[in-house]
Write a protein that binds this ligand. Structure first.
Ligand SMILES: [Zn+2]
Length: 168
């Protein structure tokens, strides 16, 4: 069966299971977060919710996101740009790589890496309770030719930036 707009979203069902009191607007925010496949910040959640219900306020979105976070329904992420991002808590162990060129966020899993981190914690005398890991990178050129093209592009961008700064 195709999910119906009026069916509770995945997050709404989790909220209900956790005893979070739901209102129409909370339901809407739960749906927006459920449908988001990226890692939106509060402003993006607000814009998406506003597109569906223009009655919703930024303050409501803020409060609701906070409430969902406290209830453990969503997780807050920090990708180093000072904006908190959110995603539905999935209970899996995934990490993020942030592309510094375009801000794209790539999710990845690596059991070997987690085992290693667990071993480090044990070695330090701790039982691991959580991992927060973000990688920051720029996509590496795959060939000398690509590296050359990238350098040319970068030089052109720098030259353009210098031209743009020059007073006319
Ligand atoms: Zn994620």
């Amino acid at each position: 069966m195709v999910p119906n707009k009026h069916d509770p979203s995945r997050l709404e069902r989790i909220c209900q299971a956790k005893g979070v009191k739901m209102t129409g607007q909370r339901r809407l925010i739960a749906r927006v977060l459920s449908d988001s496949e990226d890692h939106p910040d509060v402003e993006q959640v607000y814009r998406r919710a506003f597109a569906i219900d223009s009655e919703i306020s930024m303050a409501t979105v803020y409060r609701t996101v906070r409430l969902f976070e406290t209830a453990g329904v969503i997780e807050r992420r920090d990708f180093g740009d000072g904006r908190a991002r959110y995603e539905a808590a999935r209970g899996d162990h995934h990490h993020h790589l942030i592309d510094l060129d375009n801000g794209k966020v790539i999710e990845f899993r690596n059991a070997e890496l987690e085992g290693l981190i667990e071993a480090v914690a044990l070695e330090l005398g701790y039982r691991l309770e959580g991992i927060r890991l973000e990688l920051y990178g720029m996509s590496a050129p795959r060939s000398a030719e690509e590296a050359h093209t990238r350098t040319k592009q970068l030089q052109a961008r720098l030259a353009q930036a210098v031209r743009d700064r020059r007073p006319r």
